[in-house]
Design a protein around this ligand. Structure first.
Ligand SMILES: CC(C)(COP(=O)(O)OP(=O)(O)OC[C@H]1O[C@@H](n2cnc3c(N)ncnc32)[C@H](O)[C@@H]1OP(=O)(O)O)[C@@H](O)C(=O)NCCC(=O)NCCS
Length: 168
């Protein structure tokens, strides 16, 4: 297996959509990604794809701009790996690459809503520990945050996700 990661190109969009359609039970995540592409929260370079040896897109991880209190952070969502490529470390490679890109961009904080067993291995811990609260009525441990090296104690407060997430 030889999978590498790189920033998504505009021409990857149809292949990225196919990955989400295959990885999730319905079109919600694929539609979300396409809506985010047209949203001001989209940040070029923070949409990362995994490609196989033939350069086919087999996974995608997305970071978009998120408001936290009076400041800003990044939301990691969604992450998807094509079913035939799952449990081979591609998801881990994607999340690491996305976090590295965020770090390179000087970002301070990434939040994610997801399984603590999965995201905990990247260093995410419950968001409330960082003074960050989520907009979703979910158990607190599912809403997590990861301070990056540029973290300076903020931002703190309530997260406001980009508008396309509201449709989920
Ligand atoms: C979740 C997902 C992105 C992980 O990608 P992946 O390439 O399969 O993951 P990796 O190979 O890097 O890591 C696999 C490890 O994560 C764990 N894992 C995989 N999916 C998980 C999940 N949904 N919840 C918790 N742990 C999970 C596995 O137990 C495995 O651990 P192990 O190696 O100790 O057995 C992928 O399985 C996927 O696309 N799933 C469907 C879409 C989805 O649920 N996305 C996440 C929400 S946005």
């Amino acid at each position: 297996m030889n999978v590498s990661t790189r920033a998504e190109l505009p021409s990857d969009a149809p292949a990225t959509r196919r990955v989400h359609m295959a990885a999730f039970p319905g079109p919600d995540e694929a539609d979300l990604v396409d809506a985010l592409r047209r949203d001001p929260s989209w940040l070029a370079g923070l949409s990362v794809v995994a490609v196989d040896e033939r350069q086919l897109v087999v996974g995608h991880a997305l970071l978009t701009r998120l408001r936290v209190g009076e400041g800003q952070a990044l939301a990691l969502a969604p992450v998807a790996v094509a079913p035939e490529w799952q449990r081979k470390g591609v998801g881990r490679q994607l999340v690491r690459a996305a976090l590295a890109a965020a770090e390179d961009a000087g970002e301070r904080l990434v939040v994610v809503f997801g399984d603590p067993g999965y995201y905990g291995r990247f260093g995410f811990t419950p968001a409330w520990e960082h003074g960050v609260s989520g907009p979703f009525p979910v158990p607190a441990e599912y809403f997590q945050a990861l301070p990056l090296p540029a973290y300076d104690g903020g931002p703190q407060g309530l997260c406001r996700y980009p508008e396309p997430f509201g449709a989920l």
